[in-house]
Ligand binder design. Structure first.
Ligand SMILES: Nc1ncnc2c1ncn2[C@@H]1O[C@H](COP(=O)(O)OP(=O)(O)OP(=O)(O)O)[C@@H](O)[C@H]1O
Length: 314
């Protein structure tokens, strides 16, 4: 039996003159945590909307649990989609939202929901419309976690959440996932924060997939070499330079490379320092390159781009 819970083939989604998704194909496997990353307007929400039947393809096919999800109750009951701007019925309290969720999701764990509500310090009897922005996000996060849906989408779920609450979310997600494996698709601009959660990374840029790889493989695909500029230059010669920074006579150059033990030893003998390139930097570089930003970017350009890429409105 197939381990794919999602199978998308040549999916295109157009909104009038905007092509939000452009002939993309991908699969999401059972019991993995996916990061769905990309710049503003890349097409992430559109993809999640189509997969959860809240939007429909203009072209191509979408299968979720082997079936077309559109108006398919049996499939939709196995999905949970938590959006950035999640809406609830007027006058609902969190307690009522949890009750409604418990009726819909077979795997709902009320005890877990209450524990999460306590951790997030969520007033459960206050009307949702009176909650703060961060508390509203907490309601969505609790429903997303406690539903234990086989396929859970979190689309930038933490608008307004403070750093403590965001880390609570990450901790609970990882721990609960270990006990109750399922497929989670997390869209986020805070790549460094979520990097350690992700097992697989899908990056979309202007409606196209530009990266679809195991997170470990992505992380291991590059290295930063630092030291005297001339020595660094000759060590990285012939390799694809992702970005570089120079300060006086020293340089720090990130290159696409998986160095062998011998190469690492050689670097050490030359007095060079090797460092990891973060997932965020690699994703930003991929987006920058796809946007026509050229090959190697200066560190300043990278930083500016990174700030723009990871900016979240609060
Ligand atoms: N209902 C709509 N009508 C017209 N254009 C739309 C509609 N929804 C989305 N778009 C456009 O489709 C593109 C993809 O939007 P989408 O919301 O999927 O991006 P995103 O990757 O989720 O962005 P963000 O990170 O900013 O949330 C954008 O150019 C957006 O303006």
């Amino acid at each position: 039996m197939s381990e794919d819970v999602v199978r998308v083939t040549d999916l295109t989604r157009r909104y009038k003159d905007v092509t939000a998704l452009d002939t993309i194909s991908l699969t999401f496997r059972k019991d993995r945590i996916y990061g769905l990353l990309g710049r503003n307007g890349a097409g992430k929400t559109t993809l999640m909307s189509v997969l959860t039947a809240q939007g429909f393809p203009s072209d191509g096919t979408v299968e979720v649990f082997g079936e077309d999800p559109y108006e398919n109750e049996a499939v939709l009951r196995r999905l949970c989609f938590i959006r950035e701007s999640q809406k609830y019925p007027d006058n609902f309290t969190p307690a009522q939202a949890f009750r409604a969720a418990s009726l819909f999701f077979e795997g709902w764990d009320q005890e877990f929901a209450l524990r999460l509500a306590e951790d997030f310090q969520l007033p459960q009897k206050r009307q949702i419309k009176k909650l703060s922005r961060g508390q509203l996000s907490a309601v969505g996060i609790i429903i997303g976690l406690a539903s234990r849906a086989e396929l859970t989408f979190f689309d930038e779920p933490y608008l307004g959440l403070d750093a403590v609450a965001r880390h609570l979310f990450y901790d609970h997600l990882v721990r609960d996932y270990a006990e109750h494996p399922r497929t989670v698709v997390l869209s986020s601009h805070l790549i460094d924060e979520v990097a350690n959660l992700l097992e697989h990374v899908v990056v979309i840029d202007r409606g196209r997939i530009i990266m679809n790889d195991d997170a470990e493989a992505v992380r291991g695909s590059a290295v930063t070499v630092s030291g005297p500029a001339g020595v660094v230059a000759s060590f990285v010669s012939g390799r694809e330079v992702l970005f570089e920074e120079r300060l006086m006579n020293t340089a720090s150059v990130s290159v696409r490379a998986q160095l062998s033990v011998a190469e690492r030893r050689e670097a050490a003998e030359l007095g060079l320092t090797l460092g990891q390139v973060s997932l965020q930097q690699l994703v930003v570089h991929a987006s920058l390159a796809h946007s026509g930003g050229g090959m190697a970017a200066s560190q300043a350009a990278m930083s500016a781009f990174e700030a723009e890429f990871t900016e979240v409105s609060r």
